[in-house]
Design a protein around this ligand. Sequence first.
Ligand SMILES: [Zn+2]
Ligand SMILES: [Zn+2]
Length: 347
Amino acid sequence: MQGTMCGIVKEARGEGLVYKTDLPIPQIGPDEILIKVKAAALCGTDLHICDWDTWSQNRVRPPMVIGHEIAGDVVEIGENVTDCKIGDRVSVESHIPCKECWFCQNDLAEICKNVELFGVTVPGGFAEYAKIRSDCAFHLDDNISYEHACMFEPMGAGVHGVEAAHVEGKTVLVSGCGPIGLTAITAAKVFGAKKVIACDLIDEKLEIAKEMGADIIINSGKCDLVAEIKAMTDGVGVDAAIDITGAGAAINNALKSVRAAGRMVCVGLPSKEVTMDLTEDLIYREVEMTGISGRRIWGTWESFAKVMQDPRYKIERIIGHEFKMADFQKAIDEVKSGVPGKMILKP
Ligand SMILES: [Zn+2]
Ligand SMILES: [Zn+2]
């Protein structure tokens, strides 16, 4: 497709983003599709790119359109594309695997060693149109709105964390009740957890956790979390714990709350090294500890589609306000001032 479009651009190495109205519409290759973007969501990563922190400096190659949590309609397909057709409603997997490395060959594409990141290392989707390799498009059921479809990518980390925790029939601790933690709580219930305990430092978030399926809520700032959990599990501990916070103290508390031979899953990213007592808390107790990266392609997406349909999943608690892409700065300002929820941007 020829012509120009609007979009949010990282124009040069340095701070800031600009909204432009004269960008060329991306030209697709033989394996790619062109998506008319209907909705997008603002991510913490986009704020890092705006602020131009070290993480961004090492990955982003300006000038380019940013944004990676998007949904829209397929309007053009490349000559080799057989898995998408014009008119399909899709969302996008932001991890573009190489399909050739050892990990891709062993069904671990989410940790591909040559991964490209949509909207980070290659141009993204905060624009009227975006292109992506066709096998990175997730096909949406008709009953999923574009706004809700933008939640697959970011909330998928929470769902993947629950998948990695093997929760069926188990007592599970979810530490951290922001949007990803709340998603993990409902996901744990949907995947058959017997009991979900949610902890956070903020009572308002814990109330929402309860609405979204938590059986027990604990304000870990007001009590000794480990003692509290031991008391409610006959001194044994939870079968599995999922840390969403990435905070060292919270990770340690979650690890100590897991029973011997239980499972600990780290989802939240610590900003610095975390110290742990591996001898006492992990080795002697045979705890299994793992991390997750991104989403299983497409297992996590299909799981989340189920979670989204569950009446316990209150997606309106996950999504914040809606803005035109031209007003993206207002969305960033709201996030920075602490307004909760994922902000939606529309072309
Ligand atoms: Zn994101
Ligand atoms: Zn690969």
